[in-house]
Design a protein around this ligand. Sequence first.
Ligand SMILES: Cc1cc2nc3c(=O)[nH]c(=O)nc-3n(C[C@H](O)[C@H](O)[C@H](O)COP(=O)(O)OP(=O)(O)OC[C@H]3O[C@@H](n4cnc5c(N)ncnc54)[C@H](O)[C@@H]3O)c2cc1C
Length: 439
Amino acid sequence: MVADRKTQIVIVGGGAAGLELARKLGAHYGRKRHDIILIDRNRTHIWKPLLHEVATGSLDASMDEVGYRSHCHRWGYRYLYGQFDRIDRAAQQVHIAPMFDDKGREVVSAHVVRYDYLVLAYGSVTNDFGTPGVVDNCLFLDSRGQADSFRDQLLNHCLRVSRAMVARPTSDARVRIAIVGGGATGVELAAELYNAADALGYYGLEVFDRARLDVTLLEAGPRILPALPDRLAEAAHGELEALGVKVLTGMAVTESTEEGMKTGDGAFVPADLQIWAAGVKAAPVRGGLDGLALSRGGQVIVRPTLQSETDDRIFAMGDCAYSMLPRRDRPVPPRAQAAHQMASTAFTNIKRLLAERPLVDFNYRDHGSLVSLSRFSTVGSLMGKLVGGRMAVEGRLARFVYLSLYRMHLLAVHGWWRGSALIAVSHINRLVRPRLKLH
Ligand SMILES: Cc1cc2nc3c(=O)[nH]c(=O)nc-3n(C[C@H](O)[C@H](O)[C@H](O)COP(=O)(O)OP(=O)(O)OC[C@H]3O[C@@H](n4cnc5c(N)ncnc54)[C@H](O)[C@@H]3O)c2cc1C
């Protein structure tokens, strides 16, 4: 007699959406009832909206990242370390590419993982729109590794400038940083740099201060923060300029060189560090998605139930999913709150599928957009019945709501008790730990 085979639910990508879903499914079914498998090419998860703080050293990522192995042990799912390569829909298998260590030795060989239901949650990457020189000369903020690399380079430049000033006090040495993209990531990073520059003085670089930072924010559109109302975008623009950031709007970057950035109107912005933070596209899948319907940006087109338009057994959520809003005028934006909400709907629908009940539709609730200008300010707009439509917010209330999004993620990933304890510990850490991570 053949033993009953457990239903195998495979989630590709343990980010904002995938990790929350793995925790919920694992906690609900445990290992005995179904086999929940999470595949990720990293060994730890860090919530992406924290990356600009990791990049400037304002946040020590090792305090906030989640190790998949210990997490899966606790919550009743399996974690496989591997790079998702392609799908074979007929065989209901995902193919995992081999993984190598720094010395080129194979760590994980190529293999396949069977699925009964597959959830794609492999996120997005920054879109450089094919701009010449960007891949070679710019840094991106898509992963912890990239954020760490930015921080190392930033500290080295600050150290060089500091040494130059010690050697010659009249030196006009500066750290020149060009950031492309006046969306939330670019704006938050620009402000966070000034917070870091202020803190460097406490840690041995006594002669370095924010006057030595030369930050330029380049935005192709007519204003920064297009997702926010005019008034708030103007407030953020003014706040950045008060800090010392040169904000250049209507300035499309046409090329990046080793020395800096060329713009459409023939200007040149010299820079020691160049960061590209303009636009996102679905993360590439090397071997393809076996005929799943894709949007022009490469996202998996999903029905309101979050099942792929092409295959009922495959769900997609988060940044790699293309889900139309009910009025069908635009897709759900690639944001952390959308990933969080999609994980809840995917959880409900997988439970319903297994119980042979009808599925529910994903109903995106836009709670608004908030942008943190580090400790200097927070601006944004809140949406919803509670505030009677759309309400512009600034200051402490905005900061509180901004932090709430991460707290919700912590609770969804760790459960109420552990999540609440971690929130409390993070408050203590802010008081007792150094203001900057310098290594
Ligand atoms: C710097 C920055 C700041 C942001 N700030 C905000 C903000 O303030 N507010 C907001 O709402 N949103 C913000 N976002 C967007 C938000 O982070 C994303 O919308 C959200 O993380 C999407 O969740 P996800 O689960 O779809 O993807 P992710 O969280 O990106 O997770 C994808 C996971 O898939 C894994 N993966 C990818 N490819 C493969 C593969 N081939 N094989 C195996 N694993 C793979 C990755 O390792 C990762 O763990 C920000 C994004 C960035 C980059």
